[in-house]
Write a protein that binds this ligand. Structure first.
Ligand code: NAP
Ligand code: MG
Length: 403
């Protein structure tokens, strides 16, 4: 066949461990045979980050600003164990944190629904999309260990040199502190992207924080959302027949469990991190969730929400067979290719992305799946495939569109 042409490169960010193995298989079997791939490649694998003093991550984020669309593989966020394992110069920061700090924006995560994989919360009938604020809070915080007695304060030094101080704690013994920040502009763009997304998909929007306890920090989030909603979106929501609903985070969690789904749940950065893993697992598997960072400047970064699947990678290294689910990583590719097609007016490319996703779904619905899904499917005799055979089974389905 004539390969589908691209005009603008997309930014390709390779990653670590099992997902790095899947990345290559996906390219070899599902992308390169069909698409004349134009990509600018950045190796975000931990060795490459260590070698470049993490400059490669910054370069990749800046390239995303240039080309507007990126696809990212899962990457290791180093901890003490990884320092030793990879003999690192420094405990490099989370690449996702670095990229999100540069691009700003909101991460939208939605479950990929297939017949035969039912949510374990039985009243969930429709997908729940998480909209995770991608800037600031604990992901861009400064921490200190306090070794012993002493006073710790917040200090704001104004441009004219005068100071405003707030006591954090008068320590009489050892402890820890953490300084977090956010920016009104970032919260505003978070709010607008959530409202715009809700209108786009015609679903209610929920937002929750802990404003009763955090009377300035979280309350600012609540106020900004409400002001923007009242001024810019209320009429549009009324017209579309959808609602904006604010509540406390603990109340939201309780209501989500009792709901039937079908709404967007806007979360602060940390809440979104934690809740999206809970939701994706409850909807089926960590590997059955799409994730895209939408920046206020119109940059899009597609990724899988799960990690590098370390346990499977160690099996793979020992020569043992793995059955790792590549669906979320494939949907990262399809999302990026579809967006590239939209931005560049290449309908063949966007259609290819649709076909690639349909091929994943029909493969699973035909009973061929990876171990994580076989364990929870309601289908009688699922066929468990290894990592590569699953991708090859998807290729068979994809070939049908291009015979
Ligand atoms: P993980 O990679 O998400 O995997 C945790 C467990 O979930 C796996 O052991 C596996 O369960 C299951 N799982 C996740 N993805 C799967 C898939 N595609 N197919 C089948 N099963 C899957 O989390 P982790 O092992 O705790 O973290 C490994 C590394 O990933 C860490 O270094 C962390 O820093 C990094 N991480 C990266 C990102 C990112 O870049 N977006 C996100 C989170 C974590 P079983 O073992 O029971 O089969
Ligand atoms: Mg997470």
């Amino acid at each position: 066949m004539n390969k589908i042409q691209m005009t603008t490169p997309l930014v390709e960010m390779d990653g670590d461990e099992m997902t790095r193995i899947l990345w290559q298989m996906i390219k070899d079997h599902l992308i390169l045979p069909f698409v004349d791939l134009k990509s600018e490649y950045y190796d975000l694998g931990l060795e490459s980050r260590n070698r470049t003093d993490d400059q490669i991550t910054v370069d990749a984020a800046n390239a995303t600003k240039k080309y507007k669309v990126a696809v990212k593989c899962a990457t290791i966020t180093p901890n003490a164990a990884r320092m030793e394992e990879y003999d690192l110069k420094e405990m490099w920061k989370s690449p996702n944190g670095t990229i999100r700090a540069i691009l700003d924006g909101t991460v939208f995560r939605a479950p990929i629904i297939v017949k035969g994989i039912e949510p374990c919360v039985k009243n969930w009938k429709k997908p729940i999309t998480i909209a995770r604020h991608a800037y600031g809070d604990v992901y861009k915080s400064t921490e200190m260990k306090i070794p012993g007695p002493g006073k710790v304060e917040l200090v704001y030094t104004k441009p004219d040199g005068t100071e405003e101080r707030e006591l954090i704690h008068e320590f009489s013994q050892a402890g820890v502190i953490q300084g977090q920040h956010n920016l009104n502009a970032s919260i505003e763009s978070f709010a607008r992207s959530c409202f715009a997304f809700a209108l786009d998909v015609k679903q209610d929007l929920w937002f929750a924080t802990k404003d009763t306890i955090s009377k300035k920090y979280d309350h600012t989030f609540k106020d900004i959302f409400q002001e923007i909603f009242d001024a810019e979106y209320k009429e549009k929501f009324d017209k579309a027949g959808i609602t904006y609903f604010y509540t406390l985070i603990d109340d939201a969690v309780a209501r989500v469990m009792k709901s039937e789904g079908g709404f967007i749940w806007a979360c602060k950065n940390y809440d979104g991190d934690v809740m999206s893993d809970m939701l994706s697992s409850a909807f089926g598997s960590l590997a059955m969730m799409t994730s895209v960072l939408v920046s206020p400047d119109g940059y899009f970064e597609y990724e899988a929400a799960h990690g590098t699947v370390q346990r499977h990678y160690y099996k793979h290294l020992k020569g043992e067979e793995t059955s790792t689910n590549s669906v979320a990583t494939i949907f990262a590719w399809s999302g990026a290719l579809r967006k590239r097609g939209e931005l560049d007016g290449l309908s063949d490319l966007s259609t290819f992305a649709d076909h690639l996703e349909e091929a994943c779904i029909s493969t699973i619905e035909s009973g061929k799946m990876t171990g994580d899904l076989a364990r929870i499917t309601s289908m009688p005799d699922p066929k468990v495939l290894n990592s590569e055979d699953f991708i090859l089974a998807i290729k068979e389905e994809l070939d049908k569109f291009y015979a």
